[in-house]
Design a protein around this ligand. Structure first.
Ligand code: ZN
Length: 362
């Protein structure tokens, strides 16, 4: 009989928590048709994202068996909810650990994460998950993870896990690619062909997400600098976490992680190069986009309309645009005519419409 030679556990636990929102993210929010998921259902979730890339690449290697451990998918609330309850976190992590134990032993673990999950009573939830996974898989297994660049992570995560791969672009065009890299590097590490050596550098910069578009400098420069290092030094991976500012957590802000193949000096050199580049450009990074108050923005739009400079886009970048109606209120107050509101979300209204069988476009 031909036994697979490499067994990898696959887990998913992701949220981008706005801790300033009043509605908590509860156990119930993670439970719906299709979630939690395990086995092929988990492996087939989010085929164009991290999970899809990971599964596709891992399966290109001979003798690799992937085991989807029961995991919650994104909560029903999407990104529109506050603190994840300790009950939700403990319930799912408990089930994940039980799932790993039931299917043991593993050579590797893939954690499909976001990085900006905030849990009441658990200061660093992703690191805590990695710590508990490490406890059950032992020190010989390799743990690899993928992250959104909006993750808030400090040194804690890579104290328990071996590898992390974060997207470089905002918008996040490279989720699938980072999933592929995680798979390839994890399999290589298990086979003894990659010795994960890493450094984590924190940079004391917090910025609103509206500034972080990587389509122009100075944010694009950071992407480019990381890519150049990856091009120059084979087997080097550079993660630049922009951080997620709408979370009141101890590790909020920018972090650089560098992964090399058994070369701690190189990891340090690249990590500090990126950290210095960020620090040098901090003024530019924090002023990449001019932000107006809502009242001033609407007044400027009125001015533009009256002088014929149309169309005008009023981007309400509360990072949860569509959930806020402050801009709409100001538009009414200032009587700005011919305004099209692209997104308004009202959970109650949506629920009532759904209950009455309403569908998009009808
Ligand atoms: Zn993001």
């Amino acid at each position: 009989m031909n036994h697979p030679s490499i067994r990898i556990a696959v887990l998913h636990f992701s949220h981008e928590t706005v801790t300033f929102l009043k509605n908590e993210t509860t156990l119930d929010d993670f439970i719906y048709a299709g979630s939690p998921a395990q086995g092929e259902a988990l492996l087939g979730s989010y085929p164009k994202s991290y999970m899809g890339g990971f599964v596709k690449m891992a399966r290109e290697f001979d003798g690799v068996e992937l085991i989807g451990i029961e995991s919650p998918l994104w909560p029903k609330t999407g990104t529109g909810s506050g603190w994840v309850t300790e009950e939700a976190f403990e319930t799912f992590v408990g089930r994940m650990i039980a799932g790993i134990k039931a299917e043991a032993a593993f050579d590797g673990v893939y954690l499909c994460l976001h990085g900006a999950m905030a849990v009441r009573g658990v200061p660093r939830p992703e690191a805590e998950l990695a710590r508990r996974v490490r406890e059950v898989v032992g020190s010989k297994a390799f743990i690899a993870a993928t992250f959104d660049l909006h993750g808030n992570e400090d040194e804690a995560f890579l104290e328990h896990a071996d590898m992390a791969f974060a997207v470089k672009y905002f918008p996040h065009y490279d989720e699938y690619l980072q999933g592929e890299r995680a798979a390839r590097t994890l399999v290589r590490a298990i086979r003894g062909d990659y010795k994960p050596t890493h450094v984590t550098v924190r940079i004391p910069v917090i910025s609103p997400t509206v500034l972080q578009w990587t389509g122009t400098p100075p944010w694009m420069d950071l992407v480019q600098r990381a890519l150049v290092w990856e091009a120059r030094e084979p087997d080097t991976y550079v993660n630049v976490f922009f951080g997620f500012p709408f979370a009141d957590v101890p590790d909020v802000g920018m972090t650089v992680q560098v992964l090399t193949n058994g070369n701690p000096e190189l990891a340090k050199q690249v990590g500090h190069d990126l950290a210095r580049a960020i620090w040098r450009q901090r003024e530019a990074l924090l002023n990449s986009t001019r932000i107006h108050t809502i009242a001033n923005g609407v007044a400027l739009a009125k001015q533009a309309v009256s002088s014929g400079h149309t169309p005008v886009v009023l981007a309400d970048h509360s990072d949860r645009s569509g959930s806020a109606t402050w801009l709409l209120r100001e538009i009414i107050v200032q009587d700005l005519s011919n305004t099209l509101i692209a997104t308004i979300a009202d959970a109650d209204a949506t629920a009532r419409l759904k209950a009455r069988g309403a569908k998009e476009g009808r």
